[in-house]
Design a protein around this ligand. Structure first.
Ligand SMILES: [Mg+2]
Length: 248
């Protein structure tokens, strides 16, 4: 075995998005987040209207409003994080989720490692995972490193490549991924990630890029073959060989 092989752990990896995936959009965290981001834009000197327009433009263009603020307006990402995500009263909005914990506990970690993959900064990500009561079940966390001005985020290919590098996995087909953003799962799939799932709570409302959006899904699969689920429990069937008690 070469040294290179020793460093690679080629068990599969289950990548979990965090926001609006591990907790329901009914928590209305995206609405509260959207308000804070809007206020941040307004504090920078834009009118309500300009703020909404730019917020949405940067979200659409970069997958994350902050990416545009850093790129074009020299905003300090850590200041943004403190004022937006950092000021959310998360403890009042989500609570420990024993059902989610049980789902993750029943994943056979000799077959698949469990990692989180988020566009938030590590402070927010760890806070959410801790409140949900699942932090100890997550082997590793890939977050947007706001302390690096050139940080990447989903759906940029660099973000997914970096995640694989940090998790020491070389084969993209061994990546399983669930995210509430169709764009993110389609991006991962186009890079060869093997088992991508779009979590879509059909009928609920979220705020994305400062705009309200009604979640909508049709059928059980996208045209590119990404599976669509409305409940995380469906992963037990879709990824059944990675759950304990299921013999291949
Ligand atoms: Mg999400």
């Amino acid at each position: 075995m070469t040294l290179e092989n020793i460093e690679v752990d080629d068990r599969h990896i289950i990548w979990l998005d965090i926001d609006n995936t591990l907790y329901s959009a009914s928590s209305r965290i995206s609405q509260a987040m959207g308000k804070r981001i809007h206020a941040y834009f307004v504090d920078l000197g834009w009118s309500d209207e300009e703020a909404s327009e730019l917020h949405h433009k940067y979200y659409t263009q970069y997958g994350l409003a902050l990416r545009g603020l850093v790129k074009h307006h020299d905003v300090d990402p850590l200041d943004f994080d403190r004022k937006c995500d950092g000021s959310l009263p998360l403890e009042e909005m989500i609570k420990p989720d024993p059902k989610l914990r049980k789902l993750l506990e029943e994943i056979d970690t000799s077959k698949a490692r469990i990692w989180a993959l988020t566009n938030a900064y590590q402070t927010h990500a760890n806070r959410v995972l801790t409140i949900l009561g699942i932090r100890d079940l997550i082997e590793g966390l890939i977050f947007c490193d706001y302390s690096d001005p050139a940080f990447s985020c989903k759906p940029e290919p660099a973000f997914f490549y970096n995640a694989m590098r940090l998790a020491k996995i070389s084969d993209p087909s061994r990546c399983l991924f669930v995210d509430d953003s169709r764009t993110n799962v389609e991006a991962a799939k186009s890079l060869g990630w093997g088992r991508c799932v779009h979590f879509c709570e059909h009928g609920l409302e979220v705020v994305e890029g400062g705009k309200r959006k009604q979640l909508h899904s049709e059928g059980t699969e996208t045209p590119t073959g990404v599976k669509i689920i409305t409940n995380l429990e469906e992963l037990r069937d879709l990824w059944s060989e990675f759950f304990k008690g299921d013999t291949p």
